[in-house]
Design a protein around this ligand. Structure first.
Ligand code: SAM
Ligand code: SF4
Length: 341
């Protein structure tokens, strides 16, 4: 147990299945400068500002979770680095790193603004960043993101590494889009000392294109990689759901996140909060708890803490993702940009 900077002993959050909740992902905005085809529809309606938690409210919320034993915090979105003033949040949260209450403060980003913020992030105690990149081909990148500029992302990755941030690349495997490029991405990432995590498309939100067309099982990707490389099982874990292998030929690691074909719920240690303060206890279930009302109801944290405890007591055992092939409907109506993945 550790003492928090404001004093008091940490009472860990334990769910009904005995899992300690130590990892919080917070979506700080639903907005993004890209419109990745698997994540958003082209014409998204974003939330009005009054609905969003302010940066101060986000700090209070994160700090309340840290007081309850959350030791790893990831800011995500939407695109976290497009939220105005976001660096003040990183800077204020870094006090929990200094006090030892927080072990890791990190973010998932599309990289478009990283060149600008990498050094500042490092100064706030961020050590690792996940950068999402599905292709190295500029045209394909534009098509996947609907208008993104890959040069900005590559410059962002350069800046992050130059600033001393450890970079991990996240790649969504997309049938007929980047499936022929996985080997290239792997060699590129490992050549630069970056791990690569492959993600299976999850059926979240309506995105204008059919999910079944995008879906490429990672079992297929892995089998193909195994024809070219020696994949050695390792028990390296980053606190997330990825299962890692080491590629003997490159010395680098590849992670696989397979929510559709593999169940990773038994070891789930995480919950997610949206930018409106809605707490989702499971990425794959609709049940949620409103934390904004208790947050705004008083300046002290008692109501908020009670709402967090009540919500964790409802964390479900697992999820039930299925791409509905007959109706081509998403299994859940909310977009990944709401919960941040
Ligand atoms: N904008 C940031 C980014 O792209 O890294 C952070 C938010 S984004 C929602 C987080 C991760 O979710 C990205 O790696 C993205 O590729 C992934 N993602 C988005 N929609 C997805 C989906 N339907 N299935 C699987 N992964 C998805
Ligand atoms: Fe934006 Fe990230 Fe979603 Fe792409 S995956 S649209 S970069 S939030």
């Amino acid at each position: 147990m550790h003492e928090l900077d404001r004093g008091g002993v940490v009472r860990p959050l334990i769910d009904p299945f005995g899992r300690a909740i130590t990892y919080l992902r917070v979506s700080v905005t639903d907005r993004c400068d890209f419109r990745c085809v698997y994540c958003m529809s082209e014409h998204m309606t974003f939330l009005p500002k009054a609905e969003l938690l302010s940066l101060e409210e986000l700090d209070r919320l994160c700090s309340a979770f840290i007081a309850k034993g959350v030791s790893k915090l990831r800011l995500t979105g939407g695109e976290p680095l497009v939220r105005r003033g976001i660096m003040t949040l990183f800077a204020s949260l870094s006090r929990h790193l200094r006090s030892g209450a927080l072990r890791e403060l990190t973010l998932t980003t599309n990289g478009s603004q990283l060149a600008r913020y990498a050094a500042e992030l490092r100064n706030c105690g961020v050590e690792r960043v996940n950068v999402s990149l599905d292709t190295l081909d500029a045209e394909k990148f534009r098509a996947i993101t609907r208008w993104g500029d890959i040069d900005k992302v590559l410059a962002g990755i350069d800046a992050a590494q130059a600033a001393g941030l450890k970079v991990k690349i996240n790649t969504v495997a997309l049938r007929g889009v980047n499936e022929d490029e996985i080997e290239t991405l792997l060699r590129w990432a490992h050549g630069r000392g970056m791990d690569l995590t492959l993600i299976e498309v999850m059926p979240l939100g309506d995105v204008d294109v059919a999910r079944v067309d995008q879906y490429l099982p990672l079992s297929v990707v892995r089998a193909r990689l195994a024809e070219r490389f020696t994949l050695e099982d390792i028990d390296y874990r980053t606190g997330g759901p990825a299962r890692y292998v080491r590629v003997r030929e490159t010395g680098g690691r590849v992670g696989f996140i397979t929510p559709l074909t593999h169940n990773f719920c038994e070891s789930c240690n995480r919950v997610r909060v949206t930018c409106t303060g809605t707490l989702y206890m499971c990425l794959g279930q609709a049940d949620a708890a409103d934390l904004r009302t208790p947050l705004r109801a008083s300046q002290s944290n008692e109501l908020l803490e009670a709402a967090i405890d009540a919500a964790i007591a409802r964390k479900p055992k697992g999820h039930d993702f299925v791409i509905d092939r007959r109706h081509q409907r998403p299994a859940l109506a909310r977009h990944m940009s709401v919960t941040g993945g």
